[in-house]
Structure formats: structure tokens, C-alpha cells
Design a protein around this ligand. Structure first.
Ligand code: SF4
Ligand code: SF4
Length: 192
């Protein structure tokens, strides 16, 4: 991936975007590259490609580069960019589309982002909310074989949070499972 402020190079061998990516391209078709989305994004500091650059890659059809970024995975759906885009583009929805395409088409992407998303969704599905310690246990179970030192990075903070009662090891009390909702969405997606 290129560095943060580096302009995208002309697409020498454009890859053919699939129909799903074509939908994202249509969403941002009138982007004027003003950068307001990047300036509005609270997570841009952590993204390897800014939102503005990501939309440029989409318009250029650079599929591989799009799915090599962590940008859409780090979008927290705050809608700031959508509210401020001078072209009124549905940017948060476009970010969500990219997350779905990455998951459905098994694009490589960033393994840490993918593992975190899966653990997050599993926790929400099972407990109706995020249960932080179980989320981290699932995340670290996937990531530790790849990054053996990762548990040590989080252990100090985790123990402090447990000590102060910010997070709990117990199963959430009275939480409603979202299994039924997830199952309905899956069957609708599969056309059943
Ligand atoms: S704010 Fe809208 S028009 Fe400006 S760069 Fe972002 S997507 Fe494009
Ligand atoms: S919706 Fe996502 S991309 Fe847009 S400003 Fe919020 S975090 Fe950034």
C-alpha cells in the first residue's frame, strides 16, 4: 500500500470490478476528491488509505489495492463523512458495502481486522451485545498463532479494566440473543 499522502498512480492494468464493487463505484461516481470525508473522519489517523483516496481507488477500479487497505474495516459508521460530503454521497453505506464484499468474496484484507470483526459479530449474535472479555478471547485465539506477542500487549490493560469493574468475565445477565435475527438475514441472503 502506498503512503498516506501519496497520490494514486494511473491505473495501468485496471482489474475488472465485480457487480458488487460496481455498486460502490456508482455510489461515489460524482466524487470531486475535495477531501472533506477525510477531514471529517475520526478514524482517518489510523487508516492506511484516507477515505478520499479509497474512493479514488474505487473509481479507478483498483480492486486489489482497495481490499489491501484497512480503511473500510476501520470505519465505525459514525456518518460524519456522509453528512458533510458536498455531493451528498452515501459514503457510510459504501464503506458497509466494502465490508460485505470483503467478507463474502473472501478478499485477503487485514487479518487482524477480519478476526476482530468476526469476534465482534459472534459476541453480538450470541449475547445481544458485546461481551468484551469473550470477544477478546476469540480474537486472541485467532491472532496469537500469527502474532504470539499480541496477548501481552492487551493483558495489562485488560487486568486493569477487570479490576476497576469496567469489564466482566461473567456472561451478560438477561441479554437477548440475536441468533434468530442473524439466521433470518442469512436465509434472506441465500434466497430462502
Ligand atoms: S467528501 Fe464527497 S466529494 Fe469530497 S472527496 Fe469525499 S466523497 Fe468525494
Ligand atoms: S462513517 Fe466511517 S469513514 Fe465516514 S467519517 Fe465515520 S468512521 Fe470515517
Amino acid at each position: 500500500m502506498r503512503r498516506k499522502n501519496e497520490a494514486p498512480q494511473p491505473c495501468i492494468r485496471p482489474e475488472q470490478p465485480g457487480p458488487a464493487l460496481e455498486r460502490v463505484r456508482e455510489r461515489v461516481r460524482t466524487c470531486i476528491q475535495c477531501g472533506t470525508c477525510t477531514g471529517s473522519c475520526p478514524n482517518a489517523f489510523a487508516m492506511d488509505a484516507t477515505p478520499r483516496k479509497l474512493w479514488r481507488l474505487v473509481l479507478m477500479g483498483q480492486t486489489r489495492e482497495i481490499f489491501e487497505t484497512r480503511t473500510f474495516a476501520l470505519c465505525s459508521d459514525c456518518y460524519c463523512c456522509t453528512l458533510r460530503c458536498p455531493r451528498g454521497l452515501a459514503l457510510t453505506d459504501a464503506m458497509a458495502d466494502l465490508k460485505q464484499i470483503a467478507a463474502a468474496e473472501k478478499h485477503g484484507g487485514d487479518p487482524a481486522c477480519t478476526a476482530f470483526y468476526r469476534a465482534f459479530l459472534r459476541s453480538a449474535r450470541q449475547y445481544g451485545r458485546v461481551q468484551e472479555t469473550r470477544l477478546m478471547a476469540r480474537y486472541l485465539a485467532v491472532m496469537t498463532p500469527r502474532r504470539p506477542l499480541m496477548p501481552f500487549r492487551f493483558s495489562g490493560l485488560g487486568l486493569q479494566m477487570i479490576k476497576k469493574g469496567k469489564i466482566s468475565l461473567r456472561r451478560p445477565a438477561g441479554g437477548r440473543t440475536l441468533e434468530g435475527l442473524f439466521a433470518r438475514i442469512e436465509s434472506r441472503r441465500n434466497g430462502q
